[in-house]
Design a protein around this ligand. Structure first.
Ligand code: NAD
Length: 257
């Protein structure tokens, strides 16, 4: 394997959801730095625009599409804008997601359950539903990486709704991977541990005590950096991972071992 296998996405077109912040932004920047044309999608237009600005001011190619992943019209419109601009789709990173304050399962409101499952699981399904025909269109196949979580492979107290959504992403990924393996579409998932993003700030309250509490769960003794997740997404999306199908790659500093 040469480093070129993992790093050259020249001419490829990558759709990234949740591109306005955290893991999505880091991955959009990493794809662009590796030569890809990026279709950045987020429901927050300002943050998404900032991501695109970071890419284009560095000489990369990207467009911003305002897209709520629970809305299939938004998803189709975002993909269409990308096709109009860049001509094709090769790569998708279905990453947009939300957290829920930890609470015992019976205390979760029906509205919160529906909201978390709708964004984190149905949103990934909807994105795949409209990406796959585009990946099949030009005959070359492509890659999809879906964002699950450490909470998608292990139970956490207070995490029933979030955990259900993230376990669901892995089930969706594995079954769909089998559906399209023969079409040269490789579908995998990533399972990040505790990553230093706005989501983690909301989760910990952003205080030193809150941060220390979650870091205590990490055998490595620190939070992960979004770039460390982006690196895994790029590998899974690259020819270096050509034989990797339906895998849920845990990148978590040892948290779930
Ligand atoms: P973040 O809050 O920093 O970024 C999430 C982005 O997704 C935001 O820009 C937000 O606007 C966007 N988004 C939310 N709902 C959306 C929707 N319905 N449609 C379109 N965009 C939407 O969070 P992050 O930490 O970068 O998380 C990214 C993904 O990684 C999420 O799926 C999250 O569950 C997962 N994850 C995060 C961690 C962590 O420790 N940060 C750990 C495991 C998994």
């Amino acid at each position: 394997m040469s480093s070129k296998d993992t790093e050259d996405f020249g001419g490829k077109v990558a759709f990234v959801t949740g591109a306005g912040s955290g893991i999505g932004r880091a991955t959009a920047l990493a794809f662009a730095a590796a030569g890809a044309n990026v279709i950045a999608a987020d429901r927050n237009p300002n943050d998404n625009h900032d991501t695109v600005e970071l890419i284009t001011s560095g000489g990369g190619h990207a467009i911003a599409t305002t897209c709520d992943v629970t809305n299939s019209d938004d998803i189709q419109a975002a993909l269409q804008q990308g096709i109009e601009r860049f001509g094709r789709l090769d790569i998708a990173f279905n990453n947009a997601g939300v957290e829920l304050r930890p609470m015992p399962a019976a205390d979760i409101s029906e509205d919160d359950w529906d909201r978390v499952l709708n964004i984190n699981l149905r949103g990934v399904f909807l994105c795949m539903k409209y990406e796959i025909p585009l990946l099949l269109q030009h005959g070359g196949g492509g890659t999809i990486v879906n964002t699950s979580s450490g909470a998608g492979v292990k139970g956490f107290p207070g995490g029933a709704a979030y955990g259900a959504s993230k376990f669901g992403v892995i089930g969706l990924t594995k079954s769909a991977a089998l559906d399209y393996a023969a079409d040269n579409i490789r579908i995998n998932a990533i399972c990040p541990g505790i990553i230093d993003t706005n989501m983690m700030d909301r989760f910990t309250g952003g205080t030193n005590e809150g941060r220390a509490e979650v870091i205590a769960q990490e055998p490595i003794g620190r939070m992960g950096h979004p770039d460390e997740i982006a690196a895994a997404v790029l590998w899974l999306s690259s020819p270096a991972a050509a034989f990797t199908i339906g895998h849920a790659l845990v990148i978590d500093g040892g948290q779930t071992i």
